[in-house]
Unconditional design. Sequence first.
Lengths: 405, 96
Amino acid sequence: MGMPRLRQAYTPHPVVDQSATHLRAYIDGSDAISGRPFMQEVLDGLTSPLEQEDLQGLSFERTTPRLVEPETEDNLQRIFVENRWTDMLPIILPTEARVEAMLEGTSHPPDKIVGRLRPTVFREFWEFDVEKVAVNAVMAGARPEYFPVILALAASGITARSSSTTSFATIPVINGPIRNEIAMNTGIGVMGPYSHANATIGRAYGLLSQNLQGGSVPNESYMGSQGNWYAYTAVIPEAEERSPWQPLHVQKGFKPTDSIASIFFGGWYTHAGYGPRATWKEKMRHALAAVEQYSPPLFVMDPIVARGFVDLGFDTKEKLIDWCAENALLTAREYWDNQSVQLLRPKAVAGIEPYASRLKAHPDEVIRIYEPSEITIVVAGGETQGAWKMISGALRATVSIDAWR
Amino acid sequence: MSQQITVHDPRGYPPKVVGKRLAPRLTTLDGKTVYLVDCLFDNTDVFMEQLRQWFAERLPAVNVRVIRPQKTWSDDEAMRAAIAADGDAAILGVGL
């Protein structure tokens, strides 16, 4: 910001879920950093005279070198961990030869700018080129043929290391021919540690996010209270060939021959079920009512489940999505009591639908909590079980993988 | 394992930081209008109301007004213009 002497006063954490009495105690108490009376910090901030350094601000340029000083392999592994350039698991050291090999996976030049990322909306963007993405892809253990997928994720502008206190993760769904070209697994163990491509592409997305955005350091640039296991690696290639429905990217208007990454922000909750069994409607209604309603559901259905729903008359994803939207219900009281839904209240007050109607509803009135456009279904799984998962996931970006071949 | 090797630095490129001076300070808050900017995060409205009450009880000569942007996590130019039009100071909160 160029204002290192910006005047700030610090309350303790948290502010959310605290009573008025508790928050008043923060105000009457001490600044959490300086230890001085909190309100003294506030009043001094407004009235104490400016000094010369306050008038100047601070201008400077920073650089990051292309190479790290030569060291032994053991020392480099340690340096990468100490600098928080890893996910705390061992990495493949990005030697010049390995990075050069990774760059063979794309036609784009190493110095081409790919995009910008930041941990959260009020932080600065950092920029990066193809070579920097390749460095992180190497670290994750990815192979050059995966590189167009990794570049597309990097170019999305959506970080996989969000600093939200809610500990969101970022989950890409991959569609199109690239899945088979690089042997992504859509079958048994699709969301588990059983595919080199799935595992390393998801890991690369996390590593590149934290390193190319300027870090993901707890208490500095990462504030997720509980963290998120999906953040280690999460990527879902859709089982298009075994699905009775249109693949996700075709639903969104792309051709079946396009290779597309759809990026979902969520991973906050996960429900699971079987079926569809005789009581599937009750099960689904319970699950939809139990979500954190700020984050819509991304369903991942085994092909057995998808075919089961077709047998029940849901011959398109859209029909099942419509049913889910009609049956995702809460009382207005429950809906508006959710912590994160509070962030939607300004839209409701401004008259933006459907939030305005939800706010007008009597607290005991049962309201719909999602629009069909917010709900996603993809098909993946090994057909050893009629299993489905419902994962928190809001679609944030759709990017072409072909553009990065 | 003792052989030295050269590897790439994995970090991106940070932006240039351009210094900005702080706004002039007030010599007194008496008779001045101070805006409390509610950033709209959960429970911030409760905190800001407590802050408003603190001023009302302890510094009643200060004219304190709570104001909110139209949307969460966005720069609301109209709100900033409103503060600039008749405000003498602003307190933004609660940050994360």
